[in-house]
Design a binder for this molecule. Sequence first.
Ligand code: FMN
Length: 340
Amino acid sequence: MAPMTRSRSDNPETAATKLTALYYKQRASAGLIITEGTYINRNAVGAINVPAIYTEKQIEGWKLVTSTVHKEGGKIFAQLWHVGRLSHPDLLEGKLPLAPSALDITAQIFTKEGFKPAERPREMTIEDIKETISDYKQAAINAIKAGFDGIEIHAANGYLLQQFFNLYSNKRQDQYGGSIEKRARILFDILDEVKAAINIKQVGVRLNPSLNGIQGMMLDEESIAVHDYIVAKLNDYDLAYLHLTEPFTDVSGNPLAIQQVAKHYRPMYKGTLMINHGFTKKSATQVLNDGDADLVAFGVPYIANPDLVERFKIDAPLNVADPSTYYIPGEKGYTDYPTL
Ligand SMILES: Cc1cc2nc3c(=O)[nH]c(=O)nc-3n(C[C@H](O)[C@H](O)[C@H](O)COP(=O)(O)O)c2cc1C
């Protein structure tokens, strides 16, 4: 099950609740659940009602989820998230969002008062970067304490880590900007810290190398090269898996984009490779049979089909997800989709 933000933690502590636990329990027959992105610290917040993982109460909230999923025989990883510039002062007690560089950005941010345009972020100091790296480590420790089987580092979809990778969002000239190695460095600094705290075999990394035209991201002339560098270097880490997505938007004919992400990276990555985006039972079977991936993650099909595995087994029809209920509080469109 692919990570999906569902914004049901409408409580002052933004902690996961019994309702969150029920949602994941219903989906526990997935081979592996990757949770919605969970914020690693206060600055990481980029939307309302998202369950975070930096306070004791939040850890307690996640314990409800992991214990319930484990009782059902499921496995669950927490997706560790920092949105970087994809936030708004309304969500950060009036403070500017943090980013590699202070550059204007066109994006809409979901606040308590609805969508608002993103503001120019504040450039992170070296001290901010060190703190953030350390907070990833603490969040990994918190996740294990909360009973998770592992964590996924969210380095995709235009959020903080991808903002470091990209030439349009990272204009730094220090050890975290400039060359490909320096723009990728924050991810490896995080992995090195996390590795010192928890078993690296319980760590996955998510990348979206062909993200273009959404989430404030544009492909640059080194997007392929920086992702190639990252994937090759990830071979040095004995990760649980590398989680890749095929392009989210149409990039056909764009020479800056990898057109077929799994096919491109399968020969390069030696470990377990997970692929996602737009798969059906048929196309997932195909990609596995072709040997282009070891695992396929399903997102939207899991919103509407808690028993997706059982349905796939007997080729049963699928429920259709209702996008108007993706991010609203309560049970509607969350825990009320029927099983077979
Ligand atoms: C409601 C919703 C919330 C999402 N939230 C996240 C998230 O928190 N973290 C993430 O990495 N991807 C997130 N995604 C992207 C999904 O993980 C997945 O990449 C996308 O839905 C494409 O896969 P699919 O075609 O199987 O749905 C979200 C997608 C949806 C529909």
